[in-house]
Design a protein around this ligand. Structure first.
Ligand code: FRU
Length: 424
């Protein structure tokens, strides 16, 4: 891990680099950083919908929060189409894999509630049809603002473009359940600028999404993490000594790794309400290493900043690889320098025998890690699979200094509250 002094000039901080040398340390199937096998006979939360990215209701300090004893999660959600002729194969059978793979184009924000932090009951859509300005409602964060139940939902409005937006509403509880009211006016916050963060014009495969607002425990100010790519025309990035890091002889060739340019972005709010934001240079870049650092989020522990982000095997650059899963970095101050956890960055990856079993891991401050089931093999050869679209078993993890350890496994979709707010 290095910092890059040239790239961003006179800025408040230098991005930390996840180097190729760091990534060479990734070891799939290390039991301390591998998610236990997910069984093929998993239960499905709801057979009418696919769910994937899961966003627990939380406060600005990161604590998962229930209201009047009700836990609440938001999920990216899409209808399943078992009877739609478009998703039948030539034998007239439902091609669930194709339906699942198409889900991103029709993703909508839904919510669920529970008395027990699992066995989630269906709430419904957060915003009515037509409220969100674009076709896709992509990942973000619901923040409980106060004991009046006000919620700011930060999310990504995608296609056309990719804009970080927010919409305010309220969570209302009764003895019988939870509802979301309001969520009627979407406020655009910002989009990629082309100087620090890559735009669609610079790269049709750009990423700019997944806002995660937080209050810095040290300076008390309001910031936001998000996923980005480093600005510049596709193919123009340099994978130099800093990006390569300290590699052994024979590992200097970077191939076509200049096409992989992921970064973790950060913005600071100019106002207390988080309506006015200024983008800052990335906290972390992965040029020459990986093209996606998705859903970045923090755990603040022992006075340190634990930065987590999800990534895929298929987004790694030439000459480096790792499992689908969650990666992490740690620093003593918000702006770094960040050091990869476990040497490599890998925190919780899929086992190589089931490389797509789960994704979109979210590490909570209590060490619990939630994720969704993507697909699990149902035979020895891995040619037959069962598609998930539902909550995975929660994993328990210990974070100690610069290391992490898998220590427990819990029930499917277990997301217990860390504090409860009684609404006034
Ligand atoms: C992660 C992710 C997010 C994005 C969403 C789109 O699973 O790729 O980065 O917001 O899914 O469906």
């Amino acid at each position: 891990m290095k910092t890059n002094p040239e790239k961003f000039g006179a800025t408040p901080h230098q991005p930390s680099l996840w180097t190729r040398a760091d990534a060479l340390k990734v070891r799939a199937d290390d039991p301390t950083t591998t998610q236990p096998l997910v069984r093929a006979d998993f239960p499905v939360l709801n057979n009418d919908v696919f769910i994937w990215d899961t966003m627990p209701l939380r406060d600005l300090d990161g604590n998962v929060t229930s209201v009047d004893g009700w836990s609440v999660i938001f999920t990216l959600t899409a209808d399943r189409h078992p009877n739609d002729p478009q998703y039948l194969d030539e034998d007239g059978n439902y091609d669930i894999l194709r339906d699942w793979n198409d889900r991103h184009g029709r993703a909508k924000m839904y919510y669920w509630f529970s008395r027990t932090g699992k066995n989630w009951e269906f709430g419904g859509r957060v915003m009515a049809e037509g409220v969100s300005p674009t076709a896709r409602e992509w990942a973000g964060t619901p923040i409980l603002l106060n004991d009046r139940g006000e919620v700011d939902l930060y999310y990504t409005a995608v296609t056309p473009g990719a804009t970080i937006v927010k919409v305010r509403g309220r969570v209302v509880t009764t003895e019988h359940g939870v509802s979301m009211v309001g969520f009627e006016k979407v406020k655009p916050l910002f989009e990629a600028d082309g100087n620090m963060y890559q735009t669609e014009a610079q790269n049709a495969f750009w990423g700019f999404r997944d806002p995660w607002p937080f209050r810095d425990p040290k300076d008390g100010k309001l910031y936001m993490l998000f996923e980005g790519n480093v600005a510049g025309e596709r193919g123009s990035h340099k994978v130099g000594e800093a990006e390569i890091g300290d590699v052994p002889p024979g590992y200097e060739d970077v191939g076509n790794s200049r096409y992989q340019t992921a970064c973790v972005g950060i913005a600071v709010a100019r106002d207390a309400d988080g309506d006015d934001w200024e983008m800052l240079p990335p906290l972390l870049t992965a040029v020459g290493v990986n093209d996606q650092t998705e859903r970045p989020h923090f755990v603040f522990q022992d006075g340190k900043y634990y930065l987590f982000t999800i990534s895929h095997t298929f987004t790694y650059a030439d000459g480096v690889t790792g499992p689908d899963g969650v990666y992490g970095f740690v620093a003593d101050s918000l702006f770094g320098p960040y050091v990869p956890l476990n040497g490599s960055g890998l925190v919780l990856g899929n086992p190589s025998s089931q490389p797509f079993q789960t994704y979109s891991h979210y590490v909570m401050p209590n060490g619990l890690v939630t994720s969704f089931i993507d697909s699990v093999p149902t035979d020895e050869t891995g040619t037959q699979i069962r598609v998930g679209g539902t909550e995975a078993p929660t994993v328990g993890m210990k974070i100690k200094g610069q290391q992490t350890f898998v220590v427990a496994e819990y029930d499917y979709g277990y997301i217990p509250p860390m504090l409860d707010v009684t609404l006034k």
